[in-house]
Design a protein around this ligand. Structure first.
Ligand code: A5P
Length: 222
């Protein structure tokens, strides 16, 4: 089974948590895209809210009913992917650039169900890039401040070399987390204390369930 097939299997498995009448948050990324496709193949009577313009476009093109976040008072479950998951259900997200809206929806949802390939599961977060959304205004000062605190990295660029801009018209500074982080909460505190930082890709105390897939099976971590 290749990576994409695993994503499809996880998406199918996740359907058991969807019920008629629910308001569902749609994540961003390739796993979430499989989830959205799968959702559209079913005939659930649901309302969706997306974490990105890309996911909303995909959902609408497949006939799902999508409304802006401002139009709902409550989200039952958000289904989303992640870049890394540790044994305490802490996550790193944002490789797809949608971390801020993803975190806002996750926090607004009764449940966040995370859909990941087993290869993304680790004991401790780290050794990957930590996306941090920053304001374009004075971004070079924000970056200098982060670097002074030891958080080296680079502004995210598109394939054509232009700066990557989020759906919220901000930049992403990808911090190079070179080692495993024993206390990522401390990193989060330091990084978010810098003026100009909007939010980080660390997700703590947000995931309700992790659905983990590999070539053999799917498991659920509660
Ligand atoms: C989007 O901003 C991210 O948080 C994604 O949820 C994460 O990068 C996982 O994406 P894939 O499912 O494409 O690996």
């Amino acid at each position: 089974m290749n990576e994409n097939e695993i994503k499809k299997q996880i998406a199918h498995f996740a359907m058991q948590f969807v019920q008629d009448g629910m308001t569902i948050g749609l994540g961003t990324g390739t796993t979430s895209a499989e989830f959205i496709k799968c959702l559209a193949e079913h005939t659930f009577s649901i309302t969706c809210v997306a974490t990105s313009i890309a996911s909303e476009k995909l959902a609408l093109s497949l006939g799902l009913q999508c409304v802006p976040l401002e139009a709902v008072q409550h989200i039952d479950i958000t289904f989303d992917g992640a870049d890394q998951v540790d044994t305490k259900k802490r996550l790193i997200k944002g490789a797809g650039g949608a971390l801020l809206r993803e975190k806002i929806l996750a926090a607004a949802s009764d449940q966040l169900i995370v859909l990941v390939d087993k290869r993304k599961c680790v004991n401790l977060l780290g050794k990957i890039k930590l996306p941090v959304e920053i304001l374009p205004f004075g971004n070079h000062f924000t970056i200098a401040h982060l670097q002074k605190l030891g958080y080296t990295g680079a502004l995210r660029k598109r394939a054509d070399g232009s700066l990557y801009v989020t759906d919220n018209h901000n930049f992403i500074y990808d911090i190079d987390l070179q080692d495993e982080r024993t206390h990522p909460e401390e990193d989060e505190k330091k990084i978010t204390s810098v003026t100009g930082v909007v939010d980080t890709g660390f997700f703590f105390n947000l995931a309700s369930k992790i659905i983990i897939g590999d070539e053999q099976k799917i498991t659920v971590v509660e």
